[in-house]
Design a protein around this ligand. Structure first.
Ligand code: NAI
Length: 721
């Protein structure tokens, strides 16, 4: 017998407080124990109905309820679809019984209620939420390739209206603060603290004369109408097209399923609507895309953030004063990241004036927060006071971490790192934000090479969640562990890679953008190149990306590699050179593949330079972009630049835009039709047709056996091995 996850306490007035408190976990989820407990609870309420004045539903955890049990959802396969449908139907039936008992039920939402948690709350008649900025309410299912299948769609469209529910809640998985939830009408009241929360919920129960959901009251009108009301009927046909446009054609099934379930659910009665919602849910949950997204964005991300690649050598380190060298675009962003979590920053540039400019950039970011009401002027002032701009290296005294972000020049980096080493604390971590220079070489410029580590941020720093940590030949495990802790301290996600040209992210990103350029050279029209990428889920097309990062950057990396003896016959390189020769270096110059002023449009002469010819089938074009990245990543694994599947998947999604729907660049290989063997066969086809760069490396061929996967191949290979 599993222990109940719901406690029952009845007071003298007959009000029953149900406390969600899963004894097996720090958060409540919709696991089997919950389903059993909720079943028993509703049975008892039905039995003892006469003596129950009302119900207050709350939780004993920090959050109200965390949502679905992802461990079991990820295991849902097509063979198990009936079982999954039965389970989700049972969950809904229990909640339906709760809301139709004839007893007033209020929820006292003491913490975040996401996914299944919000579904439970919506099945109560009255919702009071704790007014704490940490509390979030919403349906993030869509971000994992799922939909709220426990009644979340059916109830939210009825309560908020179709358009509001879709746009404010369902389609993008927004997580709302209490005040926004109140404004939307998702909750009825807020409370300042836990006592008030329970008191308000209880007071509502005692005062209530009704125990019905609005949509169960005869004559209820759904806000904004149903699909048969003329106003909605006329706008509805545009919804699917708008959604496709919003997704830029990316093949995510969940948003389309949510839209369909929402519309259809309003054309039928509540109970039939639950069936409709349940069937769409099952379709998604047994599909490959939700499996990929749950694996990557939940399990792999937790593994990475949980320290799997952190050497187990030192106590958790916390930076107190960070010296940032170089107050340019990256340095200012890095200073901002540290100040955000309360760390003091010494921002050093060639002169105090140059450093002030970097601080002014941070002030701009903070000012936006203030003007949007997200930060008070007082905290903005305190924030900026943490950053000390300077032109004097002596001010680095007392720094326990140095992050270097000066121009990309080895001699200069040697000089500034050496100078910082001499002034900072004697054991300060010496990190470099270089995007291309090998860390082992940079470490030659200091007396303590074991303390040098690559700490590669992405631009813009305040938005990008990833940091790539690079282990040089002489980097110590302690230094890597400290670097890892520092990245976690600023709330970002650290992946660990070994030193090599382009590291992991820049190298694999390079194969994507060069492949895009090669497609152009082979006759694919510029916008077709872009669409090929968007329609497999990349957030932007490769030509746009090239313009954004500037065309000279990948060329510089190739040139450096060529100097080091690497052969370079990628057909995309000539395309980049052709544009650079014509002064078209990218967006910062106002012109690259696109003219960026007055508005973005394809450079008209591009099609003369590379006449479109339609020889590359569109599917090949799409797969070439994905395969180019996956094959190069496999090479990184083979060369031990990468030692963890999770780091590869998360790094590719968070750092270089690999489509999340495939669960990251190595999961793409594992989940390819036919598994690794299927991937290898297709890679060989692409290699025969388009070039040896697609030829699968040995590590893939070895795994091209039934049930072979890269995930199992790398299991246990530690980051520092
Ligand atoms: P930037 O040109 O905006 O800034 C460089 C700053 O370094 C300038 O403010 C310059 O005055 C300062 N500087 C030069 N010599 C100095 C010295 N002796 N002492 C102190 N400061 C000095 O360059 P950005 O884009 O910020 O890049 C900096 C580093 O970050 C480079 O290594 C770059 O490769 C790397 N990086 C750049 C990314 C990007 O997207 N721009 C992404 C990731 C890494």
């Amino acid at each position: 017998m599993t222990e109940s996850t719901i406690r029952w306490d009845q007071d003298a007035d007959g009000v029953v407080t149900l406390t969600l408190d899963d004894p097996s976990s720090s958060a409540n989820t919709m696991n089997d124990a919950y389903v059993a407990s909720m079943g028993e609870t509703v049975d008892r309420l039905e039995r003892e109905k006469e003596s129950v004045r009302g119900v207050v539903l709350t939780s004993a955890k920090k959050t109200f309820f965390a949502g679905g049990d992802l461990g079991s959802l990820i295991r849902a396969t097509p063979e198990r679809s009936e079982e999954v449908l039965a389970q989700v139907t049972l969950v809904k039936r229990q909640l339906r019984r709760l809301e139709t008992l004839g007893i007033p039920v209020a929820s006292a939402i003491n913490g975040s209620a996401l996914g299944g948690g919000l579904e439970i709350a919506l099945a109560t008649h009255h919702r009071v939420v704790l007014d704490d900025p940490k509390v979030k309410l919403g349906f993030p299912e869509v971000t994992l390739g799922l939909l709220p299948g426990g009644g979340g769609i059916v109830r939210s469209v009825r309560l908020l209206g179709l358009t509001t529910a879709l746009l404010e809640l369902l389609l993008q998985g927004q997580q709302l603060r209490p005040e926004k939830a109140l404004k939307l009408g998702l909750v009825h009241e807020t409370a300042a603290d836990r006592d008030e929360l329970l008191a308000k919920a209880r007071a509502w129960v005692l005062a209530s004369e009704t125990a019905q959901q609005p949509y169960d009251v005869k004559g209820y009108k759904v806000p904004g109408g149903t699909p048969s009301s003329p106003s909605l009927a006329s706008s509805l046909p545009a919804f699917p097209a708008n959604l496709t446009k919003q997704l830029k054609g990316a093949p995510y099934p969940a948003p389309h399923a949510i839209l369909a379930a929402a519309v259809e659910s309003l054309q039928v009665d509540v109970d039939t609507a639950f069936v409709v919602e349940g069937r769409y849910f099952v379709d998604l949950v047994i599909g490959q895309i939700s499996t990929n997204m749950i694996q990557a964005l939940w399990f792999d991300l937790n593994t990475v953030n949980g320290g799997a690649s952190r050497p187990e050598v030192a106590e958790t380190f916390r930076a107190t004063t960070v010296g940032v060298l170089g107050a340019g675009m990256m340095g200012a962003g890095i200073a901002h990241a540290f100040a955000t979590v309360g760390v003091d920053v010494v921002l050093k540039d060639v002169s105090a004036e140059a450093a002030e400019k970097g601080k002014a950039h941070v002030a701009g970011l903070v000012g936006t927060q203030v003007s949007r009401g997200r930060m008070t002027q007082e905290s903005a002032d305190a924030f900026l006071a943490r950053i000390t701009p300077t032109g004097d290296a002596a001010d680095l005294a007392g720094c326990d971490v140095i992050v270097e972000a000066v121009f990309e020049d080895q001699a200069l980096k040697h000089r500034v790192l050496g100078e910082a080493e001499a002034n900072a604390l004697p054991d300060a971590l010496l990190a470099s934000n270089t995007s291309t220079l090998p860390i082992t070489g940079l470490a030659e410029g200091v007396r303590r090479p074991a303390d040098v580590v690559g700490m590669h941020f992405f631009s813009p720093v305040e938005k990008m969640p990833l940091v790539e940590l690079i282990v040089g030949e002489r980097t110590s495990e302690e230094a890597l562990a400290r670097a890892y802790d520092v990245v976690r301290q600023i709330g970002k996600t650290p992946i660990v890679v070994q030193d090599s040209r382009g590291f992991f992210t820049s190298r694999v990103f390079g194969t994507l953008v060069l492949e895009g350029a090669a497609l152009l050279a082979e006759g694919l029209a510029p916008m077709s190149v872009e669409r090929a990428a968007l329609q497999v889920g990349f957030p932007a097309g490769p030509l746009t990306l090239l313009d954004e990062v500037t065309l000279t950057l990948p060329l510089k990396i190739r040139d450096e590699a060529a100097k080091a003896g690497a052969s370079d016959d990628h057909p995309g390189v000539a395309v980049l050179r052709a544009l650079v020769e014509r002064g078209r270096t990218g967006r910062s110059a106002g012109k690259g593949f696109f003219d960026w002023e007055p508005e973005k449009r394809v450079w008209p002469e591009l099609t003369q330079l590379f006449p479109p010819s339609d020889v590359v089938p569109f599917r090949d074009a799409q797969e070439r972009l994905l395969f180019a990245m996956a094959v190069e990543t496999a090479r990184c694994v083979e060369e031990k630049v990468l030692n963890s599947v999770e780091d590869a998947n998360i790094g590719s999604i968070l750092g270089i835009g690999f489509p999340p729907l495939y669960g990251g660049v190595l999961q793409y290989v594992d989940q390819y039709a036919g598994g690794v063997a299927g991937f290898v066969a297709r890679a060989d086809e692409l290699a025969d047709a388009y070039g040896e760069r697609f030829r699968p490396p040995a590590i893939l061929i070895e795994r091209a056996v039934p049930a072979g996967s890269l995930r199992t191949a790398l299991a246990g290979r530690g980051a520092s091995s």
